[in-house]
Design a protein around this ligand. Structure first.
Ligand code: MLT
Length: 262
């Protein structure tokens, strides 16, 4: 565990001599979303992850975030740890950050893995949902908001069959500070649309989507994958929006195969 110049908490496991992979978590989660991937891949890769500004144990500061700041943080981490052409793997909000990072400077990266995410910006209904989420945090508190939001992310099957793991995720999300949650919601509402860059992507791309993902559905993700030349698309069975946690066996098998081709 370390902090980088901007005080973000970062975690590294594996050999610095090996190919690096940077894992970026979704909202309102933290780096521990990737525990089962890091455990699995640390032998053969240099695995990095971190808590996005405002979430987990990274500071929220004034909560005035943009996706551009989040990409700056990612580039800061890559520079600080002298990572050469890392593979970038982002889930949902982590995917928004990854897509914008690729659009800003694709040459930095070896490959891209997009999990349960999309390239479109929020439409008006989406922006109003973000405003309502901020209202919910103001009126009912961060804990209630996080509890409700996390429940929408997971498939019911996982919640019922993995109570302990699920409760752990919920309790970490509930510990988020209001300024961090609201800052992320505003950053996501204000993000740019990266769809026009998809056909220009040259690095290899793997796209994974939970079959029961209601936030970024398989149809939406398949349409995105179709716009990326040569991309590989898989639906993750028995999983909602949090595929690396809900079906790590399938997720890791697809990741392993993709990484072996690079
Ligand atoms: C996430 O998992 O990061 C969020 O669901 C993304 C979003 O709300 O757009």
């Amino acid at each position: 565990m370390a902090t980088i110049n901007n005080n973000l908490l970062t975690y590294q496991k594996g050999s610095e001599k090996k190919q690096s992979i940077v894992f970026i978590h979704g909202f309102p989660f933290d780096h521990k979303m990737w525990d089962l991937q890091i455990d699995r891949f640390k032998e053969n890769y240099n695995c990095f992850t971190y808590d996005i500004r405002g979430l987990g144990k990274s500071p929220a500061g004034d909560g005035q975030f943009t996706i551009e700041n989040f990409v700056d943080d990612l580039f800061g981490l890559i520079e600080e740890f002298k990572l050469i052409h890392p593979v970038l793997c982002g889930l949902s909000m982590g995917g928004y950050i990854a897509l914008r990072a690729i659009e800003r400077d694709e040459e930095k990266f070896k490959a891209l893995i997009l999990c349960d995410t999309k390239s479109e910006a929020d439409n008006n209904a989406g922006k109003i949902n973000r405003a309502n989420a901020i209202k919910e945090i103001n009126n009912s508190g961060a804990e209630k908001f996080a509890e409700n939001f996390v429940q929408k992310c997971f498939a019911e099957r996982f919640i019922n069959n993995n109570k302990k793991e699920y409760e752990e995720v919920v309790s970490r999300a509930k510990a988020s500070v209001p300024a961090g949650l609201k800052g992320c919601l505003l950053a996501m509402a204000a993000r740019t649309d990266t769809t026009s860059y998809l056909p220009q992507i040259k690095v290899p791309v793997l796209v994974l989507c939970g079959e029961e993902d209601k936030l970024t559905t398989p149809a939406v993700m398949k349409a995105m994958a179709d716009k990326i030349n040569g991309s590989e698309f898989h639906v993750v069975p028995e999983a909602g929006h949090v595929t690396p946690v809900e079906n790590p066996e399938f997720f890791n098998a697809k990741l392993e195969k993709f990484l072996s081709t690079l």
